[in-house]
Design a protein. Structure first.
Length: 171
């Protein structure tokens, strides 16, 4: 009988503790992609990135025109060229192809760096606002629903988007 009383008391304590713990967990969720899309800083950053991309694209197009011109001239004159000049022209075409590949790699790297440089402060600002809202409103977790990794989303989960938007001064 004494053993039964101990087991009952322990079970009651555990169930009460679990119930108290469940009551203290406050979940929230936000769609960070949606938040970032309404931040005005992101639009300006995207414009700068697109301008840089257009510059690189124009350079690549100019190189392609140069390449096509070289190849066309080579094909038209091939029959009349000496072997030494053919080899020289082929080498020139191959060097231009190499320059084009290298420039493409350079452009991709530079665009990625520019994107990181311009977008990181915006992501950091949004992240700080989310953390501040979480701390100020007593959330235990705020889940990002834009990633699609949520296995369960209860009706008790609170959408913190309005709070974060207010924190950032967005409408």
């Amino acid at each position: 009988m004494r053993q039964f009383l101990k087991v009952t008391l322990v079970a009651t304590f555990l169930l009460t503790g679990a119930n108290l713990f469940a009551q203290t967990v406050k979940l929230g969720h936000i769609d960070s992609n949606k938040l970032l899309s309404i931040m005005p800083e992101k639009d300006e950053a995207q414009k700068q990135i697109q301008a840089q991309a257009a510059e690189y694209d124009n350079q690549i197009k100019a190189m392609q025109v140069e390449y096509q011109t070289l190849v066309k001239a080579y094909v038209e004159q091939e029959a009349t060229l000496s072997e030494a000049i053919k080899a020289d022209k082929q080498k020139e075409i191959q060097q231009l192809q190499t320059r084009m590949r290298e420039f493409d790699g350079f452009a991709q790297t530079e665009l990625q760096n520019k994107q990181n440089e311009l977008l990181k402060p915006i992501f950091d600002k949004a992240s700080k606002a989310i953390k501040d809202v979480g701390a100020e409103n007593g959330f235990t977790y705020i889940l990002d629903i834009s990633t699609g990794v949520i296995l369960f989303n209860s009706d008790n989960s609170v959408d913190v988007m309005p709070l974060v938007k207010a924190k950032l001064g967005l409408q």
